[in-house]
Design a binder for this molecule. Sequence first.
Ligand code: AMP
Ligand code: ZN
Length: 460
Amino acid sequence: MKDIFLQNTLSGKKDKFTSITPNQVLMYNCGPTVYNYAHLGNLRSYVFADVLRRMFEYNGYEIKQVINITDIGHLSSDNDDGEDKMTKALKREGKPLTLPAMREVANFYFDKFKEDLLALNIELPSEFPFASDNIQEDIELIKKLGENGFTYTTSDGLYFDTDKFPEYGKLGNIRSVDESHSRIGANPEKRNQKDFALWKFNNEMGYETPFGKGFPGWHIECTAMSVKYLGKEFDIHTGGIDHIPVHHNNEIAQAEGAGYPFARYWMHNAFLTVESGKMAKSEENFITLNTLKEKSIDPLAYRYLLLSGQYSSPLQFSWEALEGAQTAWKKLKEKISLLSVDIKPDSENIEKYRNEFSEYINDDLNTPRALSLVWEVLKDQSLGEADKKEMVLRFDKVLGLQLNKHEEFEIPENVKVLINERNEARNDKNFEKSDELRKEIEKLGYEIKDTPEGTNVSPV
Ligand code: AMP
Ligand code: ZN
């Protein structure tokens, strides 16, 4: 098996990956808060997780993947204040403030989220646990933290005492730099502003528990669900970089406070930005996949755009870049559709290209280089067409760009035969014959363009 290297936020460097169990990867991806449609920025997180998953599958690993659904307990601020996001959605949609209504809203946006994942050709995870179905797990974990001396109560909730966990802030090394915890409007009842709510009291709506009626904190939900579905120790935990300073450090504190080894590799995708800053659900700047579809842009063009950058580098969104990605993606598919599977098999360079591809994707998912390699393969005159096709479609198992799907146009068999004959004539430098064949192809309604990268065919 080839070596895999991943940028691990926990160690602060690129680490060689070793799985807990041979040939198996256990991975948790922090899931969406289902109070609104997912925007393109959110979806960047799941395309990243999907490529990560596919890379492991390509390397022969079996993968158990969990994406949780946050359908309760996530407040507007990561710092346990502000309005509950789901309550906000209930009000916005004129629904009663009840738990069943909350679940109804959650189910609606969960279905939309799943549609988005499928449109982006993201493989669905083994589990999609809902936070509201795992309250008992939260209670058990909070009890354990209480027994281990990590909790205290204030008038509005049950808190984790970060001073009792000296390693607090080790993820991303935010121990000293933590502006996010020292805002104006700090909660005076907290012993330390870094402390966070495990349970928030709510007399009107919520779940009855031994510590009072209310909701679990967003952080305890993720820890309880990841441990329930993957075990006390698992391989990888992912999310956007905004989760590093608070959410993921809190998760580590909770898990280690309960005595669990927890995740071994922490990986984070950078933001998709717009001119005004980060694309966010709470701002008016968000673009959904539906907006793309309305503008006749295929969601997979967005996937292509994402893959042309490194997941860990910020990406500035622009319509021009997206349109450029769509043009490139379509061209790639057209080229592949023209490859004949019965010309010149057994090319020499196959092994070299395969190794190169593995090297790129195993190097912390270097998708920009993997994508350029696909273009290189298509341009390589020494490769047989059948080999090119086989190789590119093999690489597409990781890229997930559906390069073999040609919904725009299907070239009829008789045209394909003529194209092949013309290619052969050109290879033999028989330009007279090649011109005749071009005319014949045109008569059948197809236009031919010869470019340095090869021959493109499209309906006239
Ligand atoms: P949420 O539904 O807000 O809990 O976010 C779901 C996922 O999207 C999390 O992993 C966030 O870190 C990530 N995320 C949110 N905004 C962006 C953005 N603009 N670019 C990339 N990832 C984001
Ligand atoms: Zn989470």
